[in-house]
Ligand binder design. Structure first.
Ligand code: FES
Ligand code: FE2
Length: 335
């Protein structure tokens, strides 16, 4: 396990949207370790070290067979409890050495559309899973993907809580250039979560803008976003534009090292009877563009980890959400 500053332990980490755990095994890189996730015979997710005990190949490149996982290199087969049950090259009745079982089993569970991994020495405590909205596939359609940041997880989480950078970083994508004002309101918080709302204008093509002004309407389309954070690694960014647009972006930040974090995200919108061809690709591309805009500045932040001594950076009203995030992180370091 890498030494990563402020890394919370003895808690559940959201590590992958449930929809990304298909019939195939799934690689979960986390804090310098590679894990493999797959569903056992009962359909429950199980998690082990991704390294095959035979010659160290990556099991997530293998296949799932009847609730077992088969290594891609020499075909050893492991059941959902991690026991090696077949070594094809040695035939039936092969003698299995003691070290032939999978290692590092981790407690995992499914909750609110994500797979969660317990990190820590203490026993996994299901009562500490956060209370989150569920997005039924009957009502919501989704797009899911990932993004790798050259940044500490705390900087990535804060970038997903911070609206005051939108005017400066996302001009031309979703941020209006009419005003940089961005003060969060309706702050709500608990011991391990926080949320607040922000209003902002979306950019309009200039002709449309002029028409709106001539008609005495406002300068742009007004959007309202609720930013939420759930300890230790989940952000929800819920944006509404009047009655005609609603997008909920849920992002799990997986710490990798002091200077690398992987985002695994899913974006929900109300289910439509008809979608334009290529919608998913287009939607994924928009999110990648936005992440790349963020990445340009987030990767430049130093120190890598956010300072938990509040005197080391400067704080203003528009930073209230990142201040509250730091308070949670600080509290959890002690807990
Ligand atoms: S490395 Fe996995 S079976 Fe040989
Ligand atoms: Fe951003």
């Amino acid at each position: 396990m890498n030494q990563i500053t402020h890394l919370p332990v003895n808690c559940w980490y959201a590590v992958a949207p449930v929809v990304t755990l298909t019939e195939e095994p799934l690689l979960v890189p986390f804090a310098g370790q590679d894990y493999v996730l797959f569903r056992n015979r009962d359909g429950k997710p199980v998690c082990f070290s991704d390294r095959c005990p035979h010659r160290g190949a990556s099991l997530s490149l293998g296949t799932r067979e009847d609730g077992c996982i088969r290594c891609p290199f020499h075909g050893w087969l492991f059941d959902g409890g991690g026991h090696c049950i077949a070594v094809p090259a040695d035939g039936d009745g092969a003698t299995l050495p003691a070290r032939s079982n999978l290692k590092d089993e981790q407690a995992v569970c499914e909750h609110a559309g994500f797979i969660w991994l317990w990190l820590g020495e203490q026993p996994a405590d299901h009562s500490t899973l956060p209370n989150l909205p569920e997005f039924s596939p009957k009502q919501w359609q989704h797009v899911s993907n990932s993004f790798t940041w050259d940044a500490h997880f705390s900087r990535v989480i804060e970038s997903n809580l911070d609206n005051s950078h939108a005017y400066w970083v996302h001009k031309g994508t979703f941020a209006s250039q009419d005003s940089p004002l961005s003060i969060p309101y309706d702050l709500n918080k608990g011991d391990d979560w926080v949320s607040a709302k922000v209003k902002f204008d979306l950019p309009l093509p200039s002709a449309l803008k002029l028409m709106q002004r001539l008609q005495g309407k406002g300068p742009g389309l007004s959007a309202e976003t609720t930013f939420s954070f759930f300890h230790p690694n989940l952000n929800i960014v819920d944006t509404r534009v009047g009655d005609f647009l609603h997008v909920i972006f849920v992002n799990a930040s997986l710490p990798q090292s002091e200077s690398q974090t992987i985002s695994r995200w899913i974006k929900y919108s109300p289910k439509k009877a008809f979608n334009m061809p290529g919608r998913e690709e287009k939607s994924t591309e928009i999110s990648r563009t936005i992440f790349n805009e963020d990445h340009g500045v987030v990767q430049s932040q130093r120190p890598y980890a956010v300072p938990l001594d509040f005197s080391q950076e400067s704080h203003v009203n528009s930073d209230v959400l990142s201040i509250e995030y730091r308070k949670i992180l600080k509290r959890k370091q002690k807990g």
